[in-house]
Ligand binder design. Structure first.
Ligand code: ADP
Ligand code: MG
Length: 607
């Protein structure tokens, strides 16, 4: 319950006015509801002929006794004048009017809770998305994509269905119960006191059943995350699955997970559907006891309750049983929602380790040099992937990184835009530690082209203009021309407005890469980072891309990771990486003369 209130405190404040309106309307609805029940009494009394004849009128006052007295007076008058038939009709009409108001106010109350609930759900989704975009890269190597998707869709849905659904009830029902209770106390304090000893007992029993629900529910949601991860992986790996005819294998894996989910959900839902029968049965026990106790009171003449008012009393009592039942049901489903909320919070409360310092400095220029000073890095805190690296990259120069796969080149360049932070040493741009700079400013100085071109399911135009606000058609075309992409773009169906499909699936690797290059050209940053930008291409498209890259690197400071040494022959400096260290550095000719690792790599590629 504490967790539940905590959630409300976090998400409701922007919707205070909806909350208040809903409260007011529900209060009105409850008053009219109780009033309409109490209207039954004269009807019954007329039927049973046990109403005393009220032949006097008292002055109008806002006072239950006075109102009731006069209502009886008029009813009696009507009865005398038009007969019992018409009186029933008249009372029926008044009842209709009362119920009309009741349902109208109920609607208005729910109208506001609907706004509130959808608002909260929207806020929650926005918060998650915002968080996902802002969390640092290391977070996502730990978490599975599908699981994150499950959390931002399924779990939010679950919170909506349980917590927010219960919200309506948590506003409505207490009001209803209290208003009915007041009416019941007015009718018979003795009986009311007695019956309210019984309700907490019933509540306790229901609470015990609901206890284990949260845990099972969490299991279920986790499993759903696994399922979505599997689907996500399958979608992106469909080619390989087919090529290795692994359909049966992945199908079996999926069907096992799916079956686990079914088992968990069976146990969860079976326990949840228990809420209804249990509360219904308990409710009936309470009614029977009240019937027995109240009946005895009337029969023994100990109470001033008449037969017909006892009936109305029972109806009122029953109208409390229902909200109380709804409470117990909500109690069950809230547990499920709380489990979902916990999963959402694992994202929302994940720490953003790479954030701007409070006094982060602005930068808009790159003037002198990038320096790596004694930089060490490790992904897991154990094995060092980079060991005490020192390197200066002066402005306007091209520095090439070569070395075996796994030697730490990508890691080295990922540190520069702070995808990860160094664990020892520091990286300095114009003498300033990059951790003291505004992250966005610093990243604006850099452009990336990677081995895998990262494109979005959007038009060619928008993919090129991705990092730039308000790019014009001319600018985009100019960038595409530099990137050798203009010709193939104009050959597509809708030219720059062609949609390239999921991750650019409608294009060839070389075309995708040239779009990435155009994107970098358009952004026009002073520093370029190229990570094996041509390694995934065939020789033919490699030539086009390499040519584009050469143009891209002109007049810039570039860090180039090259898988083919021939492409970096002319670099100002070549650094040879081996097991996280720079073992050789110099120009091409110098390194060849050195007759070391570089020479070996070079000879290997000659073959
Ligand atoms: P290169 O780009 O030179 O091929 P990387 O920088 O990608 O090498 O990798 C260097 C080492 O770091 C490798 O041993 C690799 O296994 C490890 N590594 C790379 N990325 C991660 C990661 N996200 N988590 C843990 N280890 C990683
Ligand atoms: Mg790499």
């Amino acid at each position: 319950m504490k967790d539940f209130i905590q959630i409300l405190k976090r998400f409701l404040p922007p919707y205070k006015s909806d909350l208040i309106m809903s409260f007011v309307y529900n209060l009105l609805a409850a008053v009219f509801g109780v009033f309409s029940f109490m209207m039954m009494q004269p009807v019954l009394e007329i039927l049973f002929k046990d109403a005393e004849v009220v032949s006097t009128k008292v002055p109008w006052e806002i006072n239950i006794d006075a109102l009731k007295h006069n209502f009886y007076y008029y009813t009696t008058q009507i009865k005398i004048e038009y007969g019992a038939d018409s009186t029933l009709l008249f009372v029926g009409l008044v009842l209709l009017v009362a119920v009309f108001f009741k349902v109208t106010f109920t609607y208005l109350g729910s109208y506001h809770t609907v706004g509130l609930r959808n608002g909260v759900v929207r806020d929650m989704r926005n918060m998650i998305y915002d968080k996902i975009v802002n969390l640092p890269i290391p977070f996502f190597t730990e978490e599975k994509k599908g699981d994150i998707i499950a959390r931002s869709t399924g779990d939010v849905q679950e919170v909506e269905n349980s917590v927010m659904n219960s919200l309506d009830m948590f506003i409505k029902n207490p009001i209803l119960i209290i208003v009915s209770l007041v009416a019941m106390i007015v009718m018979s304090p003795q009986l009311t006191l007695f019956s309210f000893v019984l309700l907490p007992i019933a509540g306790f029993i229901i609470g015990r059943i609901g206890r284990s629900l949260k845990k099972t529910s969490r299991l279920g949601q986790n499993k759903m995350g696994d399922l979505l991860s599997t689907i996500e992986e399958t979608l992106s790996g469909l080619r390989i699955i087919k090529a290795f005819t692994a359909e049966d294998k992945v199908t079996e894996k999926f069907s096992n997970e799916n079956n686990d989910y079914r088992r968990i959900m069976n146990s969860l839902m079976r326990r949840r559907v228990l809420a209804h029968p249990v509360s219904e049965f308990l409710g009936t026990i309470v009614i029977v006891i009240v019937l027995w106790y109240g009946g005895r009171l009337i029969l023994s003449g100990e109470s001033n309750l008449s037969g017909s008012s006892f009936m109305v009393y029972l109806v009122l009592f029953y109208s409390i049983i229902n909200p109380a039942k709804a409470f117990s049901k909500a109690f069950f489903s809230i547990q499920k929602g709380l489990a979902a909320m916990e999963r959402i919070d694992q994202i929302l409360e994940a720490e953003s380790t790479i954030v701007d310092k409070a006094d982060a400095k602005q930068v808009d220029k790159f003037e002198k040099a990038i320096e790596y000073r004694n930089v060490s890095f490790s992904y897991n805190g154990e094995k060092k992937v980079l060991k005490n690296i020192n390197l200066e990259i002066p402005k306007g120069k091209t520095v090439a990184l070569v070395g075996q796969s796994g030697s730490g080149k990508t890691t080295f360049v990922d540190l520069l835009p702070r995808f990860y932070d160094v664990i020892e040493g520091g990286i300095f741009v114009d003498g300033k530690d990059i951790r003291d700079l505004k992250i966005a400013d610093m990243r604006n100085l850099m452009g990336n082209v990677n081995q895998e071109s990262i494109l979005f399911n959007d038009t060619i135009f928008n993919n090129i203009a991705f990092g730039v606000e308000n790019a014009t058609q001319e600018e985009v075309e100019a960038a595409a021309k530099i990137a050798n992409a203009h010709d193939f773009i104009t050959a597509t169906e809708n030219s720059y407005q062609t949609n390239i499909g999921d991750r650019g699936g409608k294009l060839s690797g070389g075309q995708r890469q040239r779009l990435s290059i155009a994107r970098a050209v358009l952004k026009n940053p002073p520093i370029m980072i190229l990570d094996e930008a041509t390694s995934a291409l065939d020789t033919e498209s490699e030539r086009l891309v390499q040519d584009a890259l050469d143009k891209l690197m002109q007049n810039r400071t570039s860090v180039v990771i090259a898988h083919r040494l021939s492409t970096v022959k002319n670099a100002d400096l070549i650094c040879v990486f081996h097991e996280g260290e720079i073992v050789e550095r110099g120009k091409h000719d110098e390194l060849i003369k050195l007759d070391g690792t570089y020479k070996k790599l070079n000879d290997m590629q000659m073959l």
